[in-house]
Design a protein around this ligand. Structure first.
Ligand code: 6OG
Length: 158
């Protein structure tokens, strides 16, 4: 039996009524794709603390309250690592988004999300987020572009 290594990651979306802040990833995993802000949770912090830290580091925005909206497990074919991504959103934040070495931020209207320049899983679960429904999901990838298998369900509790 193969060992599964679990990496805990965060993904944060800053929202305004009718629009959403995305960042173009300028380096590393997912480079060239629009996404929320986030990264690995460090050993000395909670998931929520990690989410807030990454949001400040990657686009200069401070959010005192983040709402937990989703949990996604990603697996990649022939890779023992499971990515456990905790998804948050906030409508209450301080500061204007700034470009950093990691991300170029830009506001998008809810109806004009650039799915063709995003991870392919996003088009499945963004509708849940945009309709303020909490969700849980699983995706099995082959490489970075192909989804071999997935499920998604609304989660009614936190
Ligand atoms: P760093 O490695 O830069 O954090 N992430 C994904 N986001 C989406 N939408 N789809 C995926 O499909 C993803 N895999 C990872 C989690 C990586 C950031 O990218 C997110 C983190 O916010 C596979 O530290």
């Amino acid at each position: 039996m193969s060992e599964r290594l679990r990496k805990i990651l965060t993904l944060v979306f800053v929202r305004e009524p009718g629009k959403i802040l995305l960042g173009l990833k300028k380096r590393g995993f997912g480079c060239g794709l629009w996404n929320g802000f986030g990264g690995k949770v460090e050993k000395n912090e909670t998931i929520l603390q990690g989410a807030k830290r990454e949001l400040v580091e990657e686009c200069g925005i401070q959010a005192d309250v983040l709402e937990r909206i989703g949990l996604i497990n990603f697996e990649f074919e022939n890779d023992p690592v499971i990515l456990e991504v905790h998804v948050f959103q906030t409508f209450h934040y301080i500061g204007d988004p700034v470009e950093t070495e990691e991300m170029k931020p830009e506001w998008y209207k809810d109806g004009e999300i650039p799915f063709n320049q995003m991870w392919p899983d996003d088009k499945y679960w963004f509708p849940y987020m945009l309709q303020k429904r909490k969700f849980e999901a699983y995706f099995l990838f082959k490489g970075m572009d192909t989804i071999l298998d997935y499920w998604i369900k609304e989660s009614l509790n936190d």
